[in-house]
Write a protein that binds this ligand. Structure first.
Ligand code: IPE
Ligand code: IPE
Ligand code: MG
Length: 234
């Protein structure tokens, strides 16, 4: 396949509706969602896509019922505490973005461990957005930048788009080229608002637990056929 995206960002949506359709609990839907994520991570590695960012839990998802939130935290913890030998062997480096301080201690520990164990991975940077909200990220970046201005580390006239991006949690990632959302919803849900400025958008009605390699191929094919102009004439 030609013209592969360098960075793909995915809103993994529809676990709840998938579960409901099968007569299962929402948490079973989330567990099935982990299997899709595992398979897509593997596939990105095989295709040689260097950056994948997955929206796992939004800052707004804290508003869900306590049982679901706690269940999701447990599922994330189990996923991140799993045997990391496959990730290491395949050169996957795990990173996270989001307000980790809000997460249960056991999950924070699991995150630190997996990030540490996989830190030398060079093939695929897997960024998990957990307790992530784009507006919060931009607000925090602004606070830190304002502090640096007050401390005379940065002069106002030197604030550029590139400098501002250095204050975001995604500072070491290229902007996503392709954004995918499953489950037929047509919204950003506070995900990477700054970074997605020029991403190609792809939406599919498929629920995340049903999203497999063939669905990913369809998104890549659509991407390859798009003409990215970045404002220039065609
Ligand atoms: C996405 O599935 C997973 C998370 C938001 C954590 P949902 O739980 O949002 O599933 P639907 O949208 O209710 O079907
Ligand atoms: C976005 O999905 C967040 C994740 C997939 C983690 P939601 O299901 O929470 O988004 P809304 O509520 O439909 O906007
Ligand atoms: Mg949803």
């Amino acid at each position: 396949m030609h013209t592969l995206p360098e960075h793909i960002a995915i809103i993994m949506d529809g676990n709840g509706r998938w579960a409901q359709r099968q007569g299962l609990s929402r948490l079973e839907g989330h567990r099935a969602g982990v299997d899709s994520a595992t398979e897509i991570v593997r596939y990105c590695g095989e295709l040689g896509i260097p950056y994948l960012t997955l929206y796992a839990f939004s800052s707004e998802n804290w508003k869900r019922p306590k049982d679901e939130v706690l269940g999701l935290m447990g599922i994330l913890r189990d996923y991140l505490s799993r045997d990391s030998s496959e990730l290491i062997e395949k050169g996957v480096r795990v990173k996270t973005i989001g307000s980790l301080e809000r997460l249960p201690k056991a999950l924070q520990t699991a995150i630190l461990k997996i990030c540490d164990k996989t830190q030398h991975g060079k093939k695929l940077t897997l960024t998990l957005a957990i307790s992530y909200g784009s507006r919060a990220e931009i607000t925090r970046a602004t606070q830190n930048l304002a502090r640096d201005v007050l401390n005379h580390k940065v002069a106002i006239e030197n604030i550029t788009e590139n400098l501002f991006a250095q204050y975001l949690e995604t500072r070491n990632l290229p902007d996503p080229d392709l954004w995918i959302r499953t489950s037929g919803e047509f919204r950003l849900s506070n995900f990477l608002l700054w970074q997605l400025s020029y991403a190609e958008l792809y939406m599919t009605p498929v629920f995340w637990p049903d999203f497999k390699r063939a669905d990913f191929d369809a998104a890549l094919k659509e991407f390859a056929g798009r003409q990215r102009r970045f404002g220039k004439s065609s």
